[in-house]
Design a protein around this ligand. Sequence first.
Ligand code: PHE
Length: 344
Amino acid sequence: MKDRLQELQSEALEKVKQSEDLKALQDVRVAYLGKKGPITEVLRGMGKLSKEERPVIGQLANDVRESIANAIQTKQDKLEEKAMEKQLEEESIDVTLPGRPVHVGGPHLLTSIIEEIEDLFIGMGFEIKEGPEVETDYYNFEALNLPKGHPARDMQDSFYITEELLLRTHTSPVQARTMKQKDGHEAVRMICPGKVYRRDTDDATHSHQFTQVEGLVVDENIKMSDLKGVLNAFAKQMFGSERDIRLRPSFFPFTEPSVEMDISCKMCGGEGCSVCKGTGWIEILGAGMVHPNVLEMAGYDPEIYSGFAFGMGPERIAMLKYGVDDIRHFYTNDIRFLKQYHKA
Ligand code: PHE
């Protein structure tokens, strides 16, 4: 029995030595130390031994079992360490590989222009307002002195949703909304940027959807010269003092008198080209003194209050400032076009 145990021991130790992975080692453990293994079997046969032999063999069997278990544990630690080293090696990062560039986006040119306009007017004490793009017929037209059936409604071809709802054709409804909010006695000094929609055929200078920035000042004693001063300050800051501006008499139902402000065309230097339709000038905004009817409808007494309003197109401003020759570039989202205007 003694020999059998010693034989088992050296056999098991040899197998442990030969085990090359954790699975093989586990097989050795089961084979030699498991319940059905040979050592257990030897221990079961102890009943047949004499009283003297029993403790000696029992001790030996335990020693053998322990030495095999220790050998397995030591080997297991070694194999695990090896496996870990291998994993670390496989997962190591090669810091010398060149990195992948991260493509950073930037604001759309129109967003930048609108922000520039906002900053400029905030600097002159204006607040920023917003209004809905789906607007009521009342605010888009009626409150602006354009009752139903007024011929001037034809100036702005509209996308109607119902009889009373449409996509706003300009940001002017925010004039009426702001005055209503102020309850007819507070002074107003606001600009409102936003999207507007018109049933136009798209070409180099027209788009069925574009942006506008509205402006409105209402207070006691507001005069035409205040309007001129503000527009002049705006134009000089936006385009540089070397650019020419001109005011032409015009007509809008919600302002009286009305003007249009043009700025000399940068593309052709005033010679005439496709952008300025051969005139050398580009219209960038409409303006005028707020019509007394508009003040009255919004709850302001036109005998006490007066005001001026203007509406400009950021697309046209961007085209002039950066020499963009087609309004469609803003909406076709060619990244090569847009990227040129991302600030670093
Ligand atoms: N709403 C006018 C347009 O879209 C522009 C404008 C605004 C004119 C304010 C006068 C005053 O053409």
